[in-house]
Design a protein around this ligand. Sequence first.
Ligand code: ADP
Length: 381
Amino acid sequence: MSAVSDFSSRRPAEADYEAIESEYVEGRAIVEAEAAADERAVEAALRPRTLGEVIGQERVCEQLSLVLEAARGRERTPDHVLLSGPPGLGKTTLAMIIAAEMSTPLRITSGPAITHAGDLAAILSGMNEGDVLFVDEIHRMSRPAEELLYMAMEDFRVDVVIGKGPGATAIPLEIAQFTLVGATTRAGLLPGPLRDRFGFTAYLEFYEASELELIVRRSAELLGVELTDEGAAEIALRSRGTPRIANRLLRRVRDYAQVRADGVVTLEVAHRALDLYEVDQSGLDRLDRAVIDVLCKRFGGGPVGVSTLAVAVGEERETVEEVAEPFLVRCGFLARTPRGRVATPAAWAHLGLSVPPGAAFGGAAGQDSVQSDLFDAYDDA
Ligand code: ADP
């Protein structure tokens, strides 16, 4: 498996997106097992193709459209773009749109696929003028590759090292001017020098329910699913602010409507289906609920380190940190403190439990202990 999917010989026309997507799936499956290939194929069909088609993220889209239009006006490649935000909010979609709006080919790779600086040098030296290179999970790139990237981003030059040991020599190699689009779920993990080399950084926010409702309706139309406004609203409400989840729930509800009802997604059908799939009224799924459940019932509401929490729910630390936590924090169910994770009163209430007297955030004693811990070191950073 090469570290990059090469689409340089083709323009990213409408018909090409499917092919781009399936190549991408293959490339990513190694590093992200949960991104099922069949889901990716459906997602490809649902992706907005232009900035105008994107629902929500208005500010980001407007800023991005300015960056791209200015670059077109100057007949230059746009500045490097960093897209930051939790999974499923549209980073890949925006990278594809940037290439499409600039009418340039898109090359796709990911941080974990670039294990050696040489992999990246090979990718970069194969780029043509104006190409867009998308590096997903850029925070997971190896350090030597990162250092090579600094120079490539700034001076459009890479050092190719010939030989090994004391006799090794670095030969500078000019590369074509390109635009790097980096995506990360953890902007904080990017080293300063790398972050500084992006001319434009977009922070993608979770979507409002009204925006998700529009996304659900658009996807339903593309998939040929009949649904009522109330059905769409119910799916949107339980989608955790995330288009990928909205689209996934829509497909599951569609299955339910087809098999257990007359094919139409009504409010009642959506209710029954989502209850069956264990997505609750607040949009918490099984993992979210497991996290607050374990936090409250096993650790008395915390504080507890995220690694411990991850082991207790049988998940990777990254999954708990990047998938469950952002939404739980946003819902006000969980707080991140320097000593670890703490359940809020809302979390206890969500589980139908009352806050025990000594719990952090529950009573004065708990508050004090969290406050004093603010000056302690991270227990498992
Ligand atoms: P990320 O790269 O951030 O994980 P993706 O770009 O792969 O997210 O988006 C996941 C899915 O969500 C895509 O299939 C796309 O159809 C949908 N999606 C994301 N953002 C939007 C949006 N603003 N409008 C409509 N659909 C969206």
